[in-house]
Ligand binder design. Structure first.
Ligand SMILES: [Zn+2]
Length: 112
């Protein structure tokens, strides 16, 4: 499963960060997922909780969705989109493409 592989990778990054910080406990992990990354947020949330709770009891996994940006071909307005269709909020024309919102990143580790 794609999401499980991502969760394992995030777990490995947490391990590497923690190796630099002895006597530290992770309380929360923040991840940002692009709206167009193809990652299923609910599935990733589940996998992260499984992977991270093995390492850090009681850890919170907080997933935020990152929007993509579309540009209107008529008025040039750039607007954030979370899903197709990409309709300009000013003139209602469909933008053809979207940029951004493709990635997945670990945004923070909260420790104590
Ligand atoms: Zn427009």
């Amino acid at each position: 499963m794609h999401e499980m592989a991502l969760a394992l990778e995030i777990g490995a990054i947490c391990d590497r960060e923690l190796a630099k910080l002895p006597e530290t406990r992770v309380t929360a992990v923040g991840v940002e997922v692009g709206a167009f990354s193809g990652v299923e947020v609910d599935s990733l949330q589940f996998c992260l909780e499984v992977v991270l709770s093995e390492r850090f009891a009681g850890v919170r996994c907080e997933i935020a969705r990152e929007a993509g940006t579309a540009a209107c071909p008529v008025c040039g307005l750039e607007f954030e989109v979370m899903r197709a269709p990409f309709e300009c909020p000013e003139c209602g024309v469909m933008a053809r493409g979207v940029s951004g919102g493709q990635g997945l990143q670990l945004t923070y580790l909260e420790v104590e």
